[in-house]
Write a protein that binds this ligand. Sequence first.
Ligand code: NAD
Ligand code: DAU
Length: 344
Amino acid sequence: MKVLVTGGAGFIGSNLIHLMLAEAPDLEITNLDKLTYAGNLENLADVADSSRYRFVQADVADANAVDRILADGFDAVLHLAAETHVDRSLEDAAPFLRTNVLGTQVLLEAVRRHGVKRMVHISTDEVYGSAPPDASFDESAALLPSSPYSASKAAADLLVFSYVHTFGLPVVILRCTNNYGPYQFPEKLIPLMIANALEDRPLPVYGDGLQARDWIHVEDYSRAILAALRAGRAGEIYNVSAGRPRTNLEVIRTLLALLGKPESLITFVQDRPGHDRRYALDSSKFRDELGWAARRSFEEGLAATVEWNRANAAWLERCRSGAYRDYYQRHYVDRGKTLASWQG
Ligand code: NAD
Ligand code: DAU
């Protein structure tokens, strides 16, 4: 099966590609990524020369480029490319609308035109907004996004529904909770706190730190995406979660204990405007229909993530300094592997 992954140089995409190359020998993967600040090809350096993998740099909102790539003939598209950081969307929402909304529309149009038989659209739990205490949202909950990021993701979901409804496009939507694990860019809570703690810098906790997130290890989510690719029903939404929300302070205290660092590093800072208090999903539909279950406990996954960041201190440092951006120049541009060389 020829599979196009968009956003494959990011956190979830690169973990997913590793998993597919390791465990799904029937899949041949093309990674379409614009390489924004969040795209890091070093994440995929170990598989760059695999005969089942290739990379093409392109903007998912560039209709000509996407059309040219899709003309190569794909059996399936896994759409992960997005602007993803809530804080950035508060500073400038424009790239979020361009990539997350227009990019999704461009891709849907190309999928339609080229008759791709399957697409998995990667949405987020944030489209439902903040969950009341002790309640969790199932797939029928109203969309009530709070930030420009989550509003752009909700808009993308609505576009997907319109293409499913009007053109019968075979798209499965996944809405997942917060991921963590290897290769997560150190702007997100867990890798940022690990990186700061390793350098004995303050850990900036927004507001009172009692906001709750339901963390899932990225390998478990990658398996969920593969399951949706193989067996998800077209036109359906599936929530995906581990099912145990915990507060940011709880997570940060566990991290500090794992790192052997003092709680005095915790520094309360001004809250994120519009900060969602709690995310919680009912993901029984996905578990029951697809037989999926998270394999890693949070305790085990967090310890492994701390170890991964320690063992990959050079990777973390190159993310923090910006040096990771040289990699594409040296390994792709200098070797002539750019979009201009696509299909010769
Ligand atoms: P990320 O920010 O780590 O990576 C995003 C990738 O998309 C990067 O490689 C970037 O270069 C690429 N990209 C951005 N704009 C692009 C464009 N215009 N054209 C092509 N590529 C572009 O993101 P992530 O955390 O891996 O998230 C992947 C997807 O999963 C996103 O759709 C996100 O909304 C969704 N999601 C993430 C989480 C999470 O906790 N990380 C949870 C639920 C859903
Ligand atoms: O829920 C899924 C979403 O999870 C994805 O759709 C998003 O792409 C992803 O970025 C993530 O959004 P969050 O805003 O939940 O993740 P973030 O890591 O930015 O923050 C997690 C929590 O930690 C949140 O309550 C804000 C808080 N936080 C975050 C940072 C970066 C802090 O207290 N301090 C920080 O410095």
